[in-house]
Design a protein around this ligand. Structure first.
Ligand SMILES: C[S@@+](CC[C@H](N)C(=O)[O-])C[C@H]1O[C@@H](n2cnc3c(N)ncnc32)[C@H](O)[C@@H]1O
Length: 170
């Protein structure tokens, strides 16, 4: 019992430093998101804050010829993700531990996250604008933000869908 309380406290503690709301992408949206993202040959995908790697595992299966990377900074969620990714048997999937804000964004072509508008606007987008490739794309689940320098496209095929916002440099 103590160990469960301890794990819950760890997850709760890390949520305070989080870029994001502490809930994952809905299962029923995974296929829709994978289709919207449309990875091209050779593109490397990064999930920023990969939780238990649900999205990353789905993407790795959907795009077996692309490299899929998930980064998670909660140690507990990272360990769960490593176990889940091992049993997914996807050789193109890599789960790494750490703070996404310290990653080298130049290595990636497509970014996905479920982050708050505030973290998007003040942390992720400035890094995306200054440190990513010219043709890089960023997909934000549910939340958008204002930025006149980026091209924005909203994906919402029906009223029941949650929005997916796509950002490009131009
Ligand atoms: C809302 S959850 C989304 C999880 C997953 N992307 C999904 O859509 O199902 C946000 C995740 O981001 C992680 N996170 C928050 N800030 C982070 C950071 N700076 N670096 C890496 N992971 C982070 C949190 O621990 C949490 O697991």
């Amino acid at each position: 019992m103590e160990s469960i309380i301890f794990l819950v406290l760890i997850v709760w503690f890390f949520s305070f430093f989080s870029l994001a709301p502490f809930v994952p992408t809905r299962n029923k949206d995974l296929q829709r998101i994978a289709k919207i993202i449309q990875l091209q040959t050779g593109e490397v995908f990064l999930e920023i804050g990969s939780w238990t790697a649900k999205v990353s595992i789905f993407m790795a299966k959907y795009y077996p010829n692309n490299t899929i990377v998930g980064i998670e900074f909660s140690p507990f969620l990272y360990i769960v993700s490593k176990i889940r990714s091992f049993f997914s048997w996807q050789k193109n999937l890599h789960i790494i531990y750490g703070n996404a804000l310290h990653l080298d964004f130049w290595k990636y072509d497509v970014f996905y996250l479920f982050g708050t508008p505030d973290s998007l606007k003040n942390k992720i987008i400035p890094k995306f604008q200054s440190e990513s490739k010219k043709n890089a794309r960023l997909f934000s689940y549910c939340f958008s933000f204002e930025n006149s320098q980026l091209y924005e496209k909203k994906h919402k095929e029906s009223d029941q869908d949650l929005s997916v916002f796509e950002y490009r440099k131009g």
